[in-house]
Design a protein around this ligand. Structure first.
Ligand SMILES: Cc1cc2nc3c(=O)[nH]c(=O)nc-3n(C[C@H](O)[C@H](O)[C@H](O)COP(=O)(O)OP(=O)(O)OC[C@H]3O[C@@H](n4cnc5c(N)ncnc54)[C@H](O)[C@@H]3O)c2cc1C
Ligand code: SF4
Length: 568
């Protein structure tokens, strides 16, 4: 890339090349726009840059465990279950990119082409009107400017391309999508599913919808992807392209158009706003290798740096018109952030089905969609929770006696199926509160001269009450189903480990109480679009990435149609 004004001028700029940025890039390029994708990390090419993808456990120096000294130096990222020796290279280390925690917050990041789409857990449940209407019904947070009907076409659009496996369950609170066949449930999962269906009108146990190719369609074969082999080591990147990530799908499709320029090692400092023109004209970048400052220009800008970095970039985009951050006319930016409450877990065992066991692996689980406070407010807390559900049986050695070779031989010879182990994790909606907020530090800067992000986020009473209710309801269901050894546990983990941080640049109808309109367009700066988690008005209980992808494709369609009519 040269350095003339021409070579730095594009039709569109996308900031960030992760889950949502990949969609912005593909859609903009396919609509014929010359698009610059700015990514602060390195490039990661599908398969070629998955160095551990075909390694056996014994080929890792530390048998897939993170070495003690790395854990000690990086306590935050070490608390993430997927931060293991086989995928460490895809996670940001605490020491590399510091941030300030006014209250404990475990911020898990992936700075590379593909972002966190490489390491995600691939759960892809649609949102329903129970989610979009939540704030309007109970008055906490502002009303969403969209409803399910505005997004259902776009959910289908991204699902068909990404490849989502699932069962059509016909539930109003978890709409069906364009599904490839589901994987199987175990016999105890099926038993619990039937038990719940028989005993509760409003509760269901279903197969969790997930981004795995169980029956690749022509569009997936065209992407060079194949059937999921159920290796369950997806966080390394998959050589079969069995799960959806940006690197194997949206980015190569954007490349194919000939319209994309991908610039890795480009840390976005801010968006440039022209007071005279009354719009954004480009993006200021620090080259992370040379530390050079370079300005790039475009007619429209998509901000997809992941929720908190998007807040950071916008707050740091100061101009005469917007001294407190681009589009931040009413001091709302960075406020009303929320997350998912993942603290509570249940475990149990089951004495039946001794004649059956499980064998092999499955990269997903069963799912219990939200059933609390759907049709009416029935509890002393707002909103609700969904839960995972899984039941499996491991092989256990019957004889643990002996030493050395004798022990080894008896461990191999006396394997027999252990008890059925049952587990659930709560996935609770949290309420966006003004006091849960992000801001920029006025003194401390990172190595590129960008202010450090200060995070001030906490649980509140609503989350504590929700946890209690989850224990009560699940204990009742487990007990009645005949499960034994029922235990509850609270990880007491800080917010952040759910990796579903959202908000700060919320959508809404009124420019005084929100920053983005129904098309994810800044109310106060029409050629800037925010379609990652920063735009979320409330958090639902469902995993959010599918919704970011659908919102992004929808916003691109709108932006390009406006641009073609010279209205941006
Ligand atoms: C272990 C794990 C499990 C998860 N499981 C699920 C799940 O099951 N379901 C689900 O829905 N979600 C899940 N998630 C969350 C999911 O990964 C995120 O919601 C999703 O990746 C967010 O998409 P994004 O585009 O906003 O951000 P990302 O995918 O993180 O991409 C953001 C990109 O922007 C770049 N960037 C940041 N700042 C700048 C800057 N200043 N300049 C230039 N580039 C910048 C980053 O380097 C990155 O590449 C999981 C995440 C992890 C880590
Ligand atoms: S489980 Fe499927 S998607 Fe994950 S690594 Fe294995 S084959 Fe790939």
């Amino acid at each position: 890339m040269g350095n003339t004004l021409d070579s730095r001028t594009f039709d569109a700029i996308v900031i960030g090349s992760g889950m949502s940025g990949g969609w912005a890039a593909k859609e903009l390029c396919e609509k014929g726009l010359k698009t610059l994708v700015l990514e602060r990390g390195r490039d990661v090419k599908h398969i070629k840059d998955y160095p551990t993808t075909n390694m056996y456990p014994w080929e890792f120096k530390h048998r897939e465990q993170v070495p003690y000294e790395i854990q000690q130096a990086n306590p935050v990222v070490s608390r993430c279950y997927a931060f293991r020796e086989d995928a460490m290279h895809f996670f940001v280390k605490d020491t590399e990119h510091p941030y300030l925690q006014e209250k404990p917050f475990d911020w898990i990041r992936g700075y590379q082409v593909g972002g966190k789409s490489i390491m995600w857990a691939r759960q892809t449940q649609r949102w329903s009107d129970f989610d979009f209407e939540g704030p309007q019904r109970d008055g906490f947070a502002v009303d969403w400017p969209i409803r399910y009907k505005d997004l259902s076409f776009w959910y289908s659009y991204v699902e068909k391309f990404a490849g989502i496996s699932g069962n059509k369950d016909g539930l109003p609170n978890l709409p069906d999508g364009e599904f490839l066949p589901p994987m199987e449930l175990t016999c105890v999962e099926n038993y619990f599913k039937d038990f719940v269906a028989k005993n509760y009108k409003d509760r269901h146990v279903i197969y969790a919808r997930c981004a795995h190719l169980t029956d690749p369609q022509p569009i997936h074969l065209e992407q060079g992807r194949g059937q999921c082999q159920k290796r369950t080591i997806c966080q390394r990147g998959c050589p079969f392209g069995g799960y959806y990530n940006t690197n194997s799908t949206t980015i190569p499709f954007a490349v194919k158009t000939g319209n994309m320029t991908l610039r890795p090692f480009s840390v976005v400092h801010s968006i440039i706003y022209d007071d005279n023109k009354g719009k954004a004209t480009g993006v200021r970048v620090i080259d992370s290798k040379t530390k050079e400052t370079i300005d790039f220009f475009a007619k429209i800008i998509f901000v997809n740096a992941a929720a908190f970095n998007t807040n950071l970039i916008l707050l740091n985009s100061k101009s005469h018109r917007f001294p407190d951050g681009l589009g931040n006319e009413h001091g709302l930016m960075g406020k009303f952030v929320a997350f998912h409450n993942y603290r509570a877990r249940m475990s149990a065992s089951y004495d039946g089905f001794k004649e059956f066991t499980t064998d092999g692996r499955r990269p997903t689980s069963a799912y219990i969609p939200r059933f609390r406070n759907l049709y009416r407010q029935e509890t002393d807390f707002l909103r609700g929770y969904a839960a995972t559900f899984s039941a499996a049986r491991g092989m256990m050695p019957a004889d643990l006696n002996g030493y050395g070779e004798n022990l080894k031989n008896s461990l191999i010879a006396t394997q027999e199926p252990g008890p059925w182990h049952i587990s659930s994790q709560m996935m609770g909606e949290t309420i966006p509160r003004e006091t849960n907020h992000l801001s920029l530090d006025s003194d401390k800067k990172d190595e590129w001269g960008i202010p450090l992000l200060k995070i001030s986020i906490d649980y509140d009473d609503n989350e504590e009450k929700m946890i209690k209710d989850f224990y009560t309801q699940m204990t009742e269901m487990y007990t009645d189903a005949g499960f034994i050894n029922i235990k509850t546990s609270d990880s007491r983990q800080a917010p952040g480990l759910d990796i579903h941080e959202m908000g700060g640049v919320r959508m809404g109808k009124d420019p005084k109480t929100s920053l983005l309109n129904q098309w994810n367009q800044l109310h106060a700066c029409a050629n800037v679009f925010v379609t990652d988690g920063a735009c979320m008005t409330s958090t639902s209980t469902q995993n959010p990435s599918l919704t970011y992808m659908a919102l992004t494709a929808r916003a691109v369609e709108y932006a390009v149609s406006k641009m073609k009519r010279n209205e941006l």
